[in-house]
Write a protein that binds this ligand. Structure first.
Ligand code: ADP
Ligand code: MG
Length: 259
Protein backbone atom coordinates (compact mmCIF):
# COMPACT_ATOMS: atom_id res chain seq x y z
CA UNK A 1 0.00 0.00 0.00
CA UNK A 2 2.75 2.46 0.97
CA UNK A 3 4.15 2.86 -2.52
CA UNK A 4 0.76 3.85 -3.95
CA UNK A 5 -0.41 6.11 -1.13
CA UNK A 6 -1.37 9.57 -2.25
CA UNK A 7 0.79 12.20 -0.65
CA UNK A 8 1.26 15.79 -1.60
CA UNK A 9 5.00 16.05 -1.03
CA UNK A 10 6.59 18.85 -3.00
CA UNK A 11 7.89 17.63 -6.33
CA UNK A 12 5.87 14.45 -6.40
CA UNK A 13 3.42 14.37 -9.31
CA UNK A 14 -0.30 14.29 -8.52
CA UNK A 15 -1.82 10.96 -9.47
CA UNK A 16 -3.82 11.08 -12.70
CA UNK A 17 -7.52 11.41 -11.93
CA UNK A 18 -9.08 8.01 -12.21
CA UNK A 19 -12.68 7.49 -13.18
CA UNK A 20 -14.71 6.06 -16.00
CA UNK A 21 -15.91 9.52 -17.04
CA UNK A 22 -13.70 12.49 -16.25
CA UNK A 23 -14.48 16.11 -17.06
CA UNK A 24 -11.60 18.40 -16.27
CA UNK A 25 -12.23 22.15 -16.22
CA UNK A 26 -14.69 22.03 -19.11
CA UNK A 27 -16.02 25.28 -20.54
CA UNK A 28 -18.56 25.78 -23.29
CA UNK A 29 -20.20 28.88 -24.75
CA UNK A 30 -23.16 29.37 -27.03
CA UNK A 31 -22.30 32.81 -28.38
CA UNK A 32 -22.22 35.11 -25.36
CA UNK A 33 -23.82 32.49 -23.10
CA UNK A 34 -21.31 30.66 -20.90
CA UNK A 35 -23.31 27.47 -20.67
CA UNK A 36 -20.74 25.23 -18.94
CA UNK A 37 -18.37 26.93 -16.52
CA UNK A 38 -15.29 25.20 -15.13
CA UNK A 39 -16.96 21.82 -14.87
CA UNK A 40 -14.94 19.24 -12.94
CA UNK A 41 -16.72 15.93 -12.59
CA UNK A 42 -15.38 12.42 -12.11
CA UNK A 43 -17.68 9.44 -12.28
CA UNK A 44 -16.46 6.11 -11.02
CA UNK A 45 -17.20 2.79 -12.67
CA UNK A 46 -20.56 1.55 -11.44
CA UNK A 47 -21.56 4.90 -10.00
CA UNK A 48 -25.04 6.36 -10.54
CA UNK A 49 -25.03 10.15 -10.61
CA UNK A 50 -28.25 12.13 -10.79
CA UNK A 51 -27.93 15.64 -12.21
CA UNK A 52 -30.61 18.10 -11.22
CA UNK A 53 -31.07 21.82 -11.54
CA UNK A 54 -33.32 24.49 -12.97
CA UNK A 55 -34.21 24.60 -16.64
CA UNK A 56 -31.44 26.23 -18.66
CA UNK A 57 -28.70 25.37 -16.16
CA UNK A 58 -26.72 23.34 -18.70
CA UNK A 59 -27.69 19.76 -17.83
CA UNK A 60 -28.48 18.68 -21.40
CA UNK A 61 -25.39 20.41 -22.73
CA UNK A 62 -23.31 18.56 -20.15
CA UNK A 63 -24.70 15.23 -21.35
CA UNK A 64 -24.22 16.17 -24.98
CA UNK A 65 -20.57 17.08 -24.49
CA UNK A 66 -19.88 13.68 -22.95
CA UNK A 67 -20.72 11.85 -26.17
CA UNK A 68 -19.49 14.72 -28.29
CA UNK A 69 -22.82 15.79 -29.72
CA UNK A 70 -21.39 19.16 -28.64
CA UNK A 71 -17.75 20.21 -28.68
CA UNK A 72 -16.21 22.05 -25.76
CA UNK A 73 -14.28 25.33 -25.88
CA UNK A 74 -11.70 24.35 -23.29
CA UNK A 75 -10.94 21.61 -20.81
CA UNK A 76 -10.77 17.87 -21.27
CA UNK A 77 -13.18 14.96 -21.26
CA UNK A 78 -12.03 11.35 -21.06
CA UNK A 79 -13.97 8.10 -21.10
CA UNK A 80 -12.19 5.12 -19.60
CA UNK A 81 -8.89 6.98 -19.68
CA UNK A 82 -9.13 8.03 -23.34
CA UNK A 83 -9.84 11.55 -24.60
CA UNK A 84 -12.94 11.94 -26.76
CA UNK A 85 -12.15 11.28 -30.43
CA UNK A 86 -12.91 14.11 -32.84
CA UNK A 87 -14.48 12.24 -35.74
CA UNK A 88 -14.79 9.15 -37.91
CA UNK A 89 -15.00 5.55 -36.81
CA UNK A 90 -13.47 6.34 -33.44
CA UNK A 91 -16.30 8.78 -32.79
CA UNK A 92 -18.93 6.23 -33.79
CA UNK A 93 -17.38 3.76 -31.35
CA UNK A 94 -17.34 6.39 -28.61
CA UNK A 95 -21.04 7.06 -29.19
CA UNK A 96 -21.65 3.33 -28.83
CA UNK A 97 -19.61 3.24 -25.61
CA UNK A 98 -21.69 6.10 -24.22
CA UNK A 99 -25.33 5.07 -24.52
CA UNK A 100 -27.72 7.99 -24.62
CA UNK A 101 -31.43 8.09 -23.92
CA UNK A 102 -33.23 11.34 -24.66
CA UNK A 103 -36.50 12.84 -23.55
CA UNK A 104 -37.86 12.26 -27.06
CA UNK A 105 -37.36 8.61 -27.79
CA UNK A 106 -35.50 9.11 -31.08
CA UNK A 107 -36.21 5.67 -32.49
CA UNK A 108 -35.98 5.14 -36.24
CA UNK A 109 -39.64 5.49 -37.27
CA UNK A 110 -39.37 3.40 -40.44
CA UNK A 111 -37.66 0.45 -38.79
CA UNK A 112 -39.24 -2.18 -36.61
CA UNK A 113 -38.50 -2.33 -32.91
CA UNK A 114 -36.25 -5.34 -33.51
CA UNK A 115 -34.36 -3.57 -36.31
CA UNK A 116 -33.90 -0.50 -34.10
CA UNK A 117 -32.11 -2.65 -31.54
CA UNK A 118 -30.09 -4.58 -34.16
CA UNK A 119 -28.93 -1.68 -36.30
CA UNK A 120 -26.04 -0.31 -34.22
CA UNK A 121 -24.79 -3.79 -33.49
CA UNK A 122 -24.57 -4.54 -37.23
CA UNK A 123 -23.15 -1.18 -38.35
CA UNK A 124 -20.87 -0.13 -35.51
CA UNK A 125 -20.03 -3.32 -33.63
CA UNK A 126 -20.04 -5.49 -36.80
CA UNK A 127 -21.89 -8.25 -34.96
CA UNK A 128 -23.20 -10.98 -37.23
CA UNK A 129 -26.91 -10.87 -37.96
CA UNK A 130 -28.01 -13.93 -36.05
CA UNK A 131 -26.13 -12.90 -32.95
CA UNK A 132 -27.44 -9.34 -33.19
CA UNK A 133 -31.01 -10.60 -33.40
CA UNK A 134 -30.54 -12.93 -30.46
CA UNK A 135 -29.14 -10.14 -28.36
CA UNK A 136 -31.84 -7.68 -29.45
CA UNK A 137 -34.58 -10.14 -28.47
CA UNK A 138 -32.96 -10.80 -25.10
CA UNK A 139 -32.70 -7.06 -24.40
CA UNK A 140 -36.28 -6.41 -25.49
CA UNK A 141 -37.28 -9.14 -23.06
CA UNK A 142 -35.17 -7.55 -20.32
CA UNK A 143 -36.98 -4.20 -20.72
CA UNK A 144 -40.37 -5.93 -20.95
CA UNK A 145 -41.31 -5.41 -24.60
CA UNK A 146 -40.32 -8.73 -26.20
CA UNK A 147 -43.80 -9.09 -27.71
CA UNK A 148 -43.49 -5.75 -29.56
CA UNK A 149 -40.42 -6.75 -31.61
CA UNK A 150 -42.08 -6.69 -35.03
CA UNK A 151 -44.04 -3.47 -34.57
CA UNK A 152 -43.04 0.03 -35.62
CA UNK A 153 -42.26 2.65 -32.95
CA UNK A 154 -45.46 4.64 -33.58
CA UNK A 155 -47.51 1.55 -32.67
CA UNK A 156 -46.03 1.53 -29.14
CA UNK A 157 -46.85 3.66 -26.12
CA UNK A 158 -44.35 6.29 -25.02
CA UNK A 159 -43.22 4.14 -22.12
CA UNK A 160 -42.66 1.17 -24.42
CA UNK A 161 -40.76 3.31 -26.93
CA UNK A 162 -38.50 4.65 -24.21
CA UNK A 163 -37.77 1.12 -23.02
CA UNK A 164 -36.88 0.17 -26.61
CA UNK A 165 -34.55 3.19 -26.70
CA UNK A 166 -32.86 1.86 -23.55
CA UNK A 167 -32.55 -1.62 -25.11
CA UNK A 168 -31.07 -0.10 -28.25
CA UNK A 169 -28.39 1.72 -26.24
CA UNK A 170 -27.67 -1.40 -24.17
CA UNK A 171 -27.21 -3.47 -27.33
CA UNK A 172 -23.91 -1.65 -27.86
CA UNK A 173 -22.53 -2.83 -24.50
CA UNK A 174 -21.98 0.77 -23.40
CA UNK A 175 -19.49 1.62 -20.69
CA UNK A 176 -21.78 4.35 -19.40
CA UNK A 177 -25.40 5.30 -19.97
CA UNK A 178 -26.58 8.91 -20.13
CA UNK A 179 -30.24 9.64 -19.56
CA UNK A 180 -31.50 13.17 -20.28
CA UNK A 181 -34.92 13.56 -18.66
CA UNK A 182 -36.01 10.14 -19.94
CA UNK A 183 -39.47 10.33 -18.37
CA UNK A 184 -40.31 14.01 -18.91
CA UNK A 185 -42.28 13.42 -22.10
CA UNK A 186 -44.23 10.46 -20.73
CA UNK A 187 -47.77 10.28 -19.47
CA UNK A 188 -47.68 9.81 -15.68
CA UNK A 189 -48.82 6.19 -15.76
CA UNK A 190 -45.81 5.26 -17.93
CA UNK A 191 -43.12 6.89 -15.86
CA UNK A 192 -42.67 4.06 -13.41
CA UNK A 193 -42.22 1.34 -16.01
CA UNK A 194 -39.24 3.28 -17.39
CA UNK A 195 -37.82 4.15 -13.97
CA UNK A 196 -38.04 0.49 -12.97
CA UNK A 197 -35.90 -0.53 -15.95
CA UNK A 198 -33.39 2.15 -14.95
CA UNK A 199 -33.44 1.00 -11.31
CA UNK A 200 -32.68 -2.53 -12.43
CA UNK A 201 -29.79 -1.30 -14.60
CA UNK A 202 -28.39 0.59 -11.62
CA UNK A 203 -28.65 -2.53 -9.47
CA UNK A 204 -26.85 -4.49 -12.19
CA UNK A 205 -23.89 -2.14 -11.82
CA UNK A 206 -24.22 0.07 -14.90
CA UNK A 207 -22.44 3.41 -14.70
CA UNK A 208 -25.17 6.00 -15.18
CA UNK A 209 -25.55 9.76 -15.48
CA UNK A 210 -29.20 10.64 -15.15
CA UNK A 211 -30.75 14.07 -15.58
CA UNK A 212 -34.14 13.82 -13.94
CA UNK A 213 -36.59 15.56 -11.66
CA UNK A 214 -37.78 12.20 -10.33
CA UNK A 215 -36.58 12.60 -6.78
CA UNK A 216 -37.80 9.14 -5.77
CA UNK A 217 -35.43 7.67 -8.34
CA UNK A 218 -32.60 9.91 -7.14
CA UNK A 219 -33.15 8.85 -3.55
CA UNK A 220 -33.28 5.15 -4.25
CA UNK A 221 -30.80 4.72 -7.12
CA UNK A 222 -28.23 7.52 -6.99
CA UNK A 223 -24.87 7.33 -5.25
CA UNK A 224 -24.49 11.06 -5.73
CA UNK A 225 -26.57 14.08 -6.65
CA UNK A 226 -24.96 16.85 -8.69
CA UNK A 227 -26.85 20.14 -8.54
CA UNK A 228 -26.26 22.58 -11.41
CA UNK A 229 -27.28 26.20 -11.78
CA UNK A 230 -26.19 28.77 -14.37
CA UNK A 231 -23.71 26.43 -16.00
CA UNK A 232 -21.90 25.53 -12.79
CA UNK A 233 -21.86 22.58 -10.47
CA UNK A 234 -23.06 24.31 -7.33
CA UNK A 235 -23.29 21.35 -5.01
CA UNK A 236 -22.56 17.61 -4.88
CA UNK A 237 -23.76 15.32 -2.14
CA UNK A 238 -25.30 11.96 -1.39
CA UNK A 239 -29.06 12.00 -2.02
CA UNK A 240 -29.72 11.86 1.73
CA UNK A 241 -27.48 14.82 2.43
CA UNK A 242 -28.72 16.78 -0.54
CA UNK A 243 -32.45 16.38 0.05
CA UNK A 244 -32.40 16.72 3.83
CA UNK A 245 -29.70 19.34 4.14
CA UNK A 246 -28.88 21.26 0.94
CA UNK A 247 -26.04 23.69 1.59
CA UNK A 248 -26.44 26.33 -1.09
CA UNK A 249 -29.27 28.88 -1.31
CA UNK A 250 -29.72 27.94 -4.98
CA UNK A 251 -30.35 24.32 -4.07
CA UNK A 252 -32.66 25.22 -1.18
CA UNK A 253 -34.65 27.48 -3.47
CA UNK A 254 -34.83 24.82 -6.20
CA UNK A 255 -35.92 22.08 -3.81
CA UNK A 256 -38.58 24.30 -2.23
CA UNK A 257 -40.15 24.61 -5.68
CA UNK A 258 -40.13 20.96 -6.70
CA UNK A 259 -40.66 19.01 -3.48
P1 ADP B 1 -30.96 22.33 -19.26
O1 ADP B 1 -30.87 20.99 -19.90
O2 ADP B 1 -30.39 22.39 -17.88
O3 ADP B 1 -32.36 22.88 -19.28
P2 ADP B 1 -29.46 23.21 -21.58
O4 ADP B 1 -28.14 22.56 -21.51
O5 ADP B 1 -30.46 22.65 -22.51
O6 ADP B 1 -30.07 23.35 -20.09
O7 ADP B 1 -29.30 24.74 -21.98
C1 ADP B 1 -28.48 25.61 -21.26
C2 ADP B 1 -28.54 26.98 -21.91
O8 ADP B 1 -27.94 26.91 -23.18
C3 ADP B 1 -29.96 27.50 -22.12
O9 ADP B 1 -29.96 28.88 -21.89
C4 ADP B 1 -30.22 27.17 -23.56
O10 ADP B 1 -31.16 28.07 -24.12
C5 ADP B 1 -28.86 27.33 -24.19
N1 ADP B 1 -28.66 26.46 -25.36
C6 ADP B 1 -28.75 25.12 -25.37
N2 ADP B 1 -28.45 24.63 -26.59
C7 ADP B 1 -28.16 25.70 -27.36
C8 ADP B 1 -27.75 25.86 -28.73
N3 ADP B 1 -27.58 24.81 -29.54
N4 ADP B 1 -27.55 27.12 -29.19
C9 ADP B 1 -27.70 28.18 -28.37
N5 ADP B 1 -28.06 28.11 -27.07
C10 ADP B 1 -28.29 26.89 -26.57
MG1 MG C 1 -32.31 19.74 -20.64
Amino acid sequence: MSNVSVTKDAGRPEPAPSGLVVLDNVNKHFGALHVLQDIDLTIARGEVVVVIGPSGSGKSTLCRTINRLETVDSGHIAIDGKPLPAEGKELARLRADVGMVFQSFNLFAHKTVLDNVMLGQLKVRKTDKQQAEQKARALLDRVGVANQADKYPAQLSGGQQQRVAIARALAMDPKVMLFDEPTSALDPEMINEVLEVMQQLARDGMTMIVVTHEMGFARSAANRVVFMADGRIVEEATPDQFFSNPRSDRAKDFLSKIL
